[in-house]
Design a protein around this ligand. Structure first.
Ligand SMILES: Cc1cc2nc3c(=O)[nH]c(=O)nc-3n(C[C@H](O)[C@H](O)[C@H](O)COP(=O)(O)OP(=O)(O)OC[C@H]3O[C@@H](n4cnc5c(N)ncnc54)[C@H](O)[C@@H]3O)c2cc1C
Length: 388
C-alpha cells in the first residue's frame, strides 16, 4: 500500500480536524459546566433550563442541521462524538443531546418537507428541545402495535391516545408523535406527526421516578382530541413505520455512544481512585489483581468503541449498517454495565454511597439494555440478518 492510499483509509479512531475540535470543546464544556452539577441534577431529577440553553449556545443541539437553517452542518459521527463526551460526565445530558440529534433532527432532515424543515430545524438548532414519541403502555418492543389514533379531518388530523416513556418530554417544545390512521392496516396505518407543545388536546403527563439517568425527563404524553395540521405529517400518511425504523436504526448508534462514554467515565474514576487509595501499605492499583481488572475493562471499552465508531462511519458513508448498529448497542451497553460495576467494586464501600460518582454511573448504565430496542431485540435483528 502506498503512503497516499494509507492516508485515504484512516484508522477508525483517528479523528478529522473538525471532529477533534468538536470532541475537545464538548469535553471541556462537560468538565467545566456539567460536572459540578451532576449530583444535584441526579438528586433533583432535573436538568436546569439554563444549562440546556448553554448546550444550544455550544452548538450541539442541531449538529447535523445544515448551516442554512442555523445548525452546525456536521455529520452523524459528530453527534456520536458529542453524545460520548457528554455521557462520560453525565449520561442524562448524553441522552438529551442524543434524542435531539440522532432521532428528532435526523427524522426531520430525512423525512421533513421543505416547509417542515423551514419551520422546525432553525428552532431545534437554537432553542427548542425535541422528543420522540413511539412507545405506549401496551407497545414497546412490538412498537407497531401502537394504539394512538389519528383521524383524518381533511386539512388536519385529530390525535387521541397516550404515549409512555418519552425522553425529554418535560423540556421539549417539538414532539415527533406516532399514531395510526387505520388500526386494521397494522404497521401500514402508522403515521408520524410533528406536534408542538401547547396545541389544544396535547398534554405532558406523569414524570417517571427512575433508577438511573434520573435528570433526563421521561414522561407520559396525553393526546385528547389533539389537532395537528396536515402539513405536520412527517413523511407520508401510512409510512410512519419507515420513519420509525430508519431513525431508530441510527438512533441506537447514539445509545452505543452514550454507553461507551459512560464506561469511559467510570473507568477514569476507577483508575484515579485505585492510584490514590492505599491498603496493605500501598496503592491498590499496585496489586496485579486490580491491574488485570482495569486492563480487562480497557480491552472491552476499546472493542465497544470500535463497534460504535464503525457503525457511525458506515452510516455517514451511506453503507449498510443495520447489523453493526445492533451489535454496537448490545455490546456497548453490556460493557457499560460491567465496567461501571467494576468501578463501583474498586471504590469498595465508597463506591456504594452517593458521595462518589460511580454508583450513579452504575445505575445509569442499566438503561442502555432497554431503550431504543432491548438487548433481546438487538439479537433478533442480528439473527435475522444472519439467517436471511
Ligand atoms: C428511561 C426510558 C426512556 C425511554 N425513552 C423513550 C422515548 O424517548 N421514546 C419512546 O418512544 N420510547 C422510549 N422508551 C421506551 C423503550 O424504548 C421501551 O421501554 C423499550 O422498547 C422496551 O419496551 P417495553 O418497556 O414495553 O418492554 P417489552 O417490550 O414488554 O419487553 C419486556 C421484555 O421482553 C423481552 N422481549 C419482548 N419481545 C421479545 C422478543 N420478540 N424476543 C425476545 N424477547 C422479547 C424484552 O427484551 C424485555 O426483556 C424509554 C424507556 C425508558 C425506560
Amino acid at each position: 500500500m502506498t503512503e497516499q492510499q494509507a492516508e485515504l483509509i484512516p484508522p477508525l479512531t483517528v479523528l478529522t480536524e473538525d471532529e477533534t475540535l468538536l470532541r475537545d470543546s464538548v469535553r471541556q464544556f462537560a468538565q467545566d459546566r456539567i460536572r459540578p452539577h451532576v449530583q444535584e441534577m441526579d438528586e433533583h431529577a432535573k436538568i436546569p433550563r439554563a444549562l440546556i440553553d448553554e448546550l444550544f449556545d455550544l452548538g450541539v443541539m442541531g449538529i447535523e442541521v445544515p448551516e442554512t437553517y442555523g445548525g452546525g452542518g456536521g455529520r452523524f459521527f459528530h453527534a456520536v462524538l458529542a453524545v460520548e463526551e457528554f455521557s462520560a460526565v453525565d449520561p442524562s445530558i448524553g441522552v438529551l443531546v442524543d434524542v435531539q440529534n440522532t432521532l428528532c433532527v435526523n427524522a426531520l432532515l430525512r423525512w421533513g418537507s421543505d416547509d417542515l424543515k423551514r419551520r422546525y430545524l432553525p428552532a431545534l438548532a437554537s432553542h427548542s428541545v425535541g422528543a420522540y414519541a413511539l412507545s405506549e403502555a401496551g407497545s414497546g418492543s412490538d412498537a407497531f402495535a401502537l394504539a394512538a389514533r389519528a383521524r383524518d379531518q381533511g386539512d388536519h388530523f385529530v390525535l387521541d391516545g397516550r404515549k409512555l416513556w418519552i425522553t425529554n418530554a418535560n423540556e421539549a417544545d417539538v414532539f415527533l408523535v406516532f399514531a395510526t390512521v387505520n388500526p386494521e392496516a397494522g404497521y401500514r396505518g402508522i403515521t408520524a406527526f410533528v406536534v408542538e407543545r401547547g396545541v389544544e388536546g396535547f398534554a405532558v403527563g406523569k414524570k417517571e421516578d427512575k433508577l438511573g439517568i434520573r435528570a433526563s425527563s421521561t414522561c407520559e404524553l396525553l393526546l385528547d382530541g389533539c389537532k395537528v395540521p396536515r402539513a405536520n405529517v412527517l413523511g407520508e400518511v401510512g409510512k410512519g413505520y419507515k420513519v420509525a425504523i430508519e431513525t431508530l436504526n441510527e438512533g441506537r448508534i447514539g445509545i452505543g455512544a452514550q454507553m461507551i462514554g459512560l464506561a469511559r467515565g467510570a473507568l477514569d474514576h476507577a483508575v484515579k481512585y485505585t492510584k490514590e487509595r492505599k491498603q496493605f501499605g500501598k496503592a491498590i492499583a499496585e496489586f496485579q489483581g486490580v491491574q488485570f481488572q482495569l486492563a480487562r475493562a480497557a480491552v472491552d471499552l476499546e472493542a465497544a468503541r470500535l463497534t460504535v465508531y464503525n457503525a457511525a462511519r458506515l452510516r455517514d458513508a451511506g453503507k449498510p449498517f443495520l447489523t453493526e448498529a445492533a451489535i454496537c448497542k448490545i455490546f456497548s451497553s453490556e460493557v457499560a454495565e460491567h465496567v461501571s460495576s467494576l468501578a463501583l467494586n474498586l471504590f469498595g464501600g465508597y463506591g456504594f454511597v452517593r458521595d462518589y460518582p460511580v454508583e450513579k454511573l452504575y445505575r445509569d448504565a442499566k438503561i442502555g439494555q432497554i431503550y431504543e430496542g432491548t438487548s433481546n431485540l438487538q439479537l433478533v435483528t442480528i439473527a435475522k440478518q444472519m439467517l436471511g
